[in-house]
Design a protein around this ligand. Structure first.
Ligand code: NAD
Ligand code: UD1
Length: 338
């Protein structure tokens, strides 16, 4: 049974990935400093799967703590989720974002090298394609100009991992470029638990639906798209998590660097998301149209062919599933894990 170390594993995508890895027979060891999560998520992962995972409270930048974990467990591969991810906050606090998001990677690479682990999968983002590339995005396109420090931390980390693999041919790297993950595990026991006012669309919608926020503001309806609102490639977090299981299986037998888009390839507009949420859940989401949000692109979506061909991974969950499961999680946990 291969063992996977989830850096930042208690978070939204990490916890869903832990479920799918355990279900697929992997051993899961996670570490998190709980700066944006709670240990409760991994407790619930264990309830969902009936299997146990090891969870450490630790900062991934803490070399001593990481070394201890790597000495205690024989880790076959790392999945690196740990990072700060709020785009607007990264503009206010660039130093904190560069410090955290780059140092976590550097510490992991150093400890992996010292302790003999040579496989790392990184949570990157479609944001690295920048505004220059035409849609759909394909993995062979060059990285673009990022519009904010968060995006640059993803682009820089990709570069660091590529350089490290070039210098050390025994290191294998997979860069997973996520599109827009939404939804939650169908049990409603784990889901996205944003602190404060949500930045992203779906958690904002669910908080309006549950009565925590008055109304949704749709950022712009004058984009050159069919209904004037932005188009995005929303992907169910459980499909995304299964993509990590495919990547974990693949990296065990590969050399070098591979990049995979994890998206559905099918874009939806903001209005389509709001309409689908209201229809599927039979609940109104009061909304108004406001100004465009700085830095937003009119549209982006994945060419998802490479992951299908090489990882044999395909999304199966629909927009309806995403809307139903997001609401199921929010309804059952109006205050998240608190
Ligand atoms: P999340 O905030 O729920 O998970 C990240 C986890 O990392 C949190 O549990 C946080 O406490 C932990 N963490 C942060 N810094 C740490 C540190 N120094 N040491 C230990 N733990 C630390 O976010 P998520 O949505 O699950 O995202 C996971 C990864 O995927 C992030 O790197 C994010 O940037 C990336 N990503 C997310 C999205 C998205 O829409 N959710 C899209 C593209 C990429
Ligand atoms: C954002 C980030 C991206 C990051 C991703 C996942 C920006 C510019 N991009 O993507 O780097 O990888 O989150 O964390 O922030 N919307 C509203 N009202 C709201 C919230 C969102 O209309 O209250 C709209 C947005 O304008 C956008 C769509 O909903 O068109 C999706 O927004 P969001 O969920 O924030 O994701 P992205 O902006 O695509």
């Amino acid at each position: 049974m291969a063992a996977v170390f989830l850096a930042g594993g208690a978070g939204y995508i990490g916890s869903h990935t832990a479920v799918e890895l355990l279900n697929a027979g992997f051993e899961v060891i996670a570490a998190d400093n709980f700066s944006n999560s709670s240990p409760e998520s991994i407790r619930r992962v264990e309830q969902i799967t009936g299997k146990s995972a090891v969870l450490y409270e630790a900062d991934i930048r803490d070399r001593k703590a990481m070394t201890e974990i790597f000495r205690k467990h024989k880790i076959d591969a790392v999945i690196h989720f740990a990072g700060m991810k709020a785009v607007g906050e990264s503009v206010q606090k660039p130093v904190e974002y560069y410090r955290n998001n780059l140092d976590t990677t550097l510490t992991l690479l150093e400890v992996m090298r010292e302790e003999g682990c040579s496989k790392i999968i990184f949570s990157s983002s479609a944001t690295v394609y920048g505004a220059e590339n035409p849609v759909p995005y394909t993995e062979t396109m060059p990285r673009g100009i990022c519009s904010n420090p968060y995006g640059w931390t993803k682009a820089m980390t990709e570069q660091i991992l590529e350089d490290a693999a070039k210098a050390d041919p025994s290191l294998s790297v997979i860069l997973l470029r996520y599109f827009n993950p939404i939804g939650a595990h169908s049990s409603g026991m784990i889901g996205e638990d944003p602190q404060g006012i949500p930045n992203n669309l779906m958690p904002y919608i669910t908080q309006v639906a549950v009565g925590k926020r008055e109304q949704l503001t749709i950022f712009g309806n004058d984009y050159p798209t069919p209904d004037g609102t932005c188009l995005r490639d929303y992907i169910h977090v459980v499909d995304l998590a299964k993509g990590h299981v495919c990547a974990a299986n693949y990296i065990l037998g590969m050399q070098g660097v591979e990049i995979f888009n994890l998206g559905t390839g099918r874009p939806y507009s903001v209005t389509e998301i709001v309409d689908a949420f209201e229809r599927v859940n039979g609940i109104k989401v009061p909304h108004v149209y406001g100004d465009r949000r700085a830095g937003d692109l009119a549209e982006f979506y994945a060419n998802a062919e490479k992951a299908r061909e090489i990882l044999h991974w395909e999304t199966t969950l629909t927009l309806e599933d995403m809307c139903r499961d997001s609401w199921n999680w929010q309804k059952q946990n109006p205050n998240g894990y608190r």
